[in-house]
Design a protein around this ligand. Structure first.
Ligand code: NAD
Ligand code: MG
Length: 400
């Protein structure tokens, strides 16, 4: 019998983290996998993290919010498990020797831990798209240099990963990212202006964390994914397109120069791309909901650039290169937080991002950076963009 696979889940208490542990639980119960959990990290949900730790008995349990250390310690009293807290402790846990690491923290907070995991040479299942947007080339190069690999978990990129034939990668004409269009696909601009956080977070097809749900409503999610795809598959912005596909069955397509287009299909359930990233190049059986292609038509449409300007903003940031994608991501994180706090309206999210980029460009803040350290540059840019976005947000009047 082979040794258990050592697994770390960063962001285990979130939507992707919970799906990952549920999939592994199923595989272990069914005798399809042997798993030893090395570390589990959560942000603020003490109770769920404690329950996961009791089930999996990891070497290290980390709560990212330092102020919750006492609460976790009390809750885990007598468990005999090692507990730590704070962003540094998350990175230390990520650096422990594992065979497979799920990177499922939300936002640029995931960058340093994902890089720490990449340095160990582990196979990384990457859900945390923001880390790629902030420092994609460095992250991928770090993993490669350490003998590891980054396998995309984002469903679109998992789809492309599965149908992109390495031997003819140079024959790709276009990568086509599909998008559900989110909850406001058919809303008027006027209705979108008054949209509440509750309406924006109600995604029609996927059950996800709140930040990515808002990103799906603005379609900034697709903008981030365009940048993610450009780095993962070394493809320029001119060869990446977005196609609205409301049923979320076709997860993306690769068009080759000979006119052949390959697609990957599956139910809108993250456990399918997570299983793919876990087992690659094998497949991990689990009872995924079966596709019933006769049950509904598959439809497609072009995205509307007027109602969803975020895709164009991301395309511009990707084309500009340098620190523009990192700045765009941080401005978006700040704008989404402001919208959830009801400090700005829904349409102000994209305006905040573009205004932040314009101000930073004018101030010369999007250049190569003062030091050669990419992580440091990305972090400095992240902080600057959050500050500038804060100024922009302060200029809007509260809405709800
Ligand atoms: P989520 O909000 O449900 O979970 C995020 C996790 O990160 C939680 O464990 C949370 O406690 C932790 N966390 C939050 N802030 C943190 C911080 N500052 N430091 C350390 N940990 C922190 O988010 P999610 O929907 O699971 O998404 C996770 C990532 O996966 C995101 O980057 C998202 O874009 C990507 N993703 C998610 C889905 C999905 O279906 N949910 C699909 C594709 C990609
Ligand atoms: Mg996606």
């Amino acid at each position: 019998m082979s040794a258990p696979r050592r697994v770390t889940v960063l962001g285990s208490t979130g939507s992707v983290g919970v799906s990952t542990l549920s999939l592994l639980d199923h595989a272990v119960q069914g005798g399809e996998a042997q798993v030893e959990i090395v570390a589990l990290t959560g942000g603020r949900n003490v109770e769920l993290l404690a329950q996961q730790a009791e089930r999996w008995r990891p070497q290290q349990v980390v709560i990212a919010d330092e102020s919750l250390y006492g609460a976790l310690k009390t809750r885990m009293q007598g468990s005999g498990l090692a507990i730590s807290a704070g962003p540094k402790a998350v990175c230390e846990a990520a650096a422990l020797a594992s065979d497979w690491v799920m990177s499922a923290i939300v936002g640029s907070a995931g960058l340093a831990p994902t890089l720490a995991a990449a340095r160990t040479g582990a196979v990384i299942g990457l859900a945390n798209k923001e880390s790629l947007v902030c420092a994609g080339p460095t992250l991928l190069e770090t993993a490669r240099a350490a003998g590891g690999v980054v396998i995309p978990v984002d469903s679109e990129h998992s789809a492309i990963f599965q149908v992109l034939q390495p031997d003819c990668a140079h024959r790709v004409a276009r990568l086509i990212l599909t998008a559900s269009g989110g909850p406001f696909r058919e809303w008027t601009l006027q209705a979108m202006a008054g949209a509440t956080p509750e309406q924006a977070a109600a995604h029609p097809n996927w059950s996800m964390g709140v930040k990515i749900s808002i990103d799906s409503a603005t379609m900034m999610n697709k903008g981030l994914e365009m940048i993610e795809a450009a780095y993962l598959f070394a493809t320029g912005p001119e060869r990446i397109d977005v196609l609205i596909h409301p049923q979320s069955i076709i997860h993306s397509l690769v068009e080759y120069q000979d006119g052949s287009t390959l697609a990957q299909l599956g139910p809108p359930d993250m456990r399918t791309p997570i299983a793919c990233a876990y087992a690659w190049p094998d497949r991990l059986p689990w009872p995924a909901p079966r596709l019933d292609l006769a049950a509904q038509p598959l439809t497609f449409a072009e995205p509307d650039p007027i109602r969803f300007p975020a895709i164009g903003i991301a395309r511009q940031a990707l084309t500009a290169g340098g620190l523009a994608p990192a700045a765009m991501n941080a401005a978006n994180e700040a704008a989404v937080a402001a919208f959830l706090d009801r400090r700005i309206g829904f349409l102000d999210i994209a305006s905040t991002v573009s205004e932040t980029l314009e101000r930073m460009e004018a101030a010369g803040d999007l250049g190569a950076g003062a030091t050669g350290d990419v992580l440091e540059n990305a972090m400095i840019t992240d902080r600057t963009a959050r500050r500038v976005a804060g100024d922009v947000v302060a200029g809007f009047s509260p809405v709800h």
